[in-house]
Design a protein around this ligand. Structure first.
Ligand code: F0G
Length: 370
């Protein structure tokens, strides 16, 4: 039997020459990456002028978020270095991914989570994969501070937050895939920003392929933070970040400087979207495009919809508009970072009414169907 197919999937298998791995690296993979780039006819129509909008649906990774791209590299490298345990702080997705890849690698995983602020599906993922899930009486920024302290203390654990450079390396592959799918880089790339690793990773990926001549242009990087958790937008640490989009409830992003450089060098911007805009974009995407994403993921689409509403130059709530002077027939990619099923609670809390049961008779059903 030809078993070669077993090894030809996953981020490291597909992008090995661009990643910090060698033949000595034991590859820990769950066939992550190669996610679909889905054309969105309705968003394209809303933007108008012949522009095309695509959604990079990262919720279709093995643990349901983009984190798997970086985790395959981080866990493989940790194993190569002889680590017996890994640790991370998380708003839920990094921990779900770390737990799954650590289980696969056969090493221990510790996760520090802000108590009461993790979507249930993500918490369950960490638990079922056998991670030691520790909730703290503090927010994500506190958890990350403690993880840094664990690293500095010399404790025998490898940190797999995005302060681990292997995470960013793995995550940049999403930009490679987009260039391969489109045959060119997009004109603008919209994505949610929390700890700010992903926007930095995409920018690195776009630059690497541009330098190799695989694309002729670079996109404007456009990041969206939740209005109540927008340190980069405001240019200062937010001590008590608050947003319904728990994945990006972060007040002091680790990759702040890298993200700021990506935005500056790409002539992009960082803007904010309100919780209402986020939830409304989440519902819109599910109802109109058949794509169910978690609230944080909807921030990119909420941002695009906001841009089409404001359309014109900066106001107090709208950073310099990325759609201003946007080329006709331009291409926009929005990354939707995580699957909606991770956070069913938020949808239910928003009121998803289920009618009382009806009689189990054909008469009742046929009356319903008219
Ligand atoms: N979208 C989702 C679904 C996320 O889980 C995160 C980050 C982001 C966007 C923001 O990406 O941090 O690279 O700017 N989640 C981290 C976690 C913080 O712990 O799972 P970023």
């Amino acid at each position: 039997m030809d078993r070669s197919f077993l090894n030809d999937r996953g981020v490291i298998a597909r992008w090995r020459p661009f990643l910090p791995v060698t033949d000595a690296t034991p590859v820990v993979s769950l066939n992550e990456g190669s996610t679909p780039l889905i054309h969105s006819p309705r968003l394209s129509q809303i933007v108008g002028r012949g522009c095309r909008v695509f959604l990079k649906y990262e919720g279709l990774n093995p643990t349901g978020s983009f984190k798997d791209r970086g985790m395959t590299v981080a866990i493989s490298k940790a194993l190569e270095a002889g680590a017996k345990a890994v640790i991370c702080a998380s708003t839920g997705n990094t921990s779900a991914s770390a737990a799954a890849y650590a289980a696969r690698a056969g090493i221990a995983c510790y996760v520090l989570l802000p108590a009461g602020k993790i979507a249930l599906g993500k918490l369950v993922q960490g638990m079922v994969h056998g991670a030691r899930c520790v909730t703290i009486d503090g927010n994500f920024d506190d958890a990350l501070r403690l993880v840094r302290q664990a690293a500095d203390s010399g404790a025998p654990v490898a940190v797999v937050n995005s302060i681990n450079p292997h995470r960013i390396e793995g995550q940049k592959t999403a930009a490679f895939e987009i260039i391969e799918d489109l045959g060119e880089a997009p004109d603008a790339h919209f994505l949610p920003v929390g700890n700010a690793g992903n926007i930095s990773a995409y920018w690195r990926g776009y630059n690497e392929f541009h330098a190799l001549g695989r694309s002729t242009k670079l996109p404007r990087m456009v990041g969206f933070q939740a209005a109540g958790a927008a340190p980069i937008f405001h240019g200062k640490v937010v001590e008590q970040p608050e947003t319904v989009a728990s994945a990006i409830r972060i007040g002091n992003p680790a990759s702040w400087e890298m993200a700021t450089a990506a935005v500056r060098d790409s002539h992009g911007t960082v803007d904010i979207v309100t919780d209402e805009e986020i939830l409304s974009a989440q519902r819109w995407l599910a109802a109109n495009e058949g794509i169910f994403v978690e609230p944080a993921s909807a921030a990119s689409v909420a941002g695009l919809l906001k841009c089409t509403r404001h359309g014109q130059p900066a106001s107090e709530v709208c950073a310099p508009c990325p759609l201003r002077q946007f080329p006709d027939e331009g291409v926009i990619v929005c990354t939707v970072t995580g699957h909606g099923l991770k956070d069913a609670d938020t949808v239910l809390k928003g009121g998803a009414p289920l009618d009382a049961p009806i009689q189990a008779t054909w008469e009742a059903i046929s009356a319903l169907l008219g």
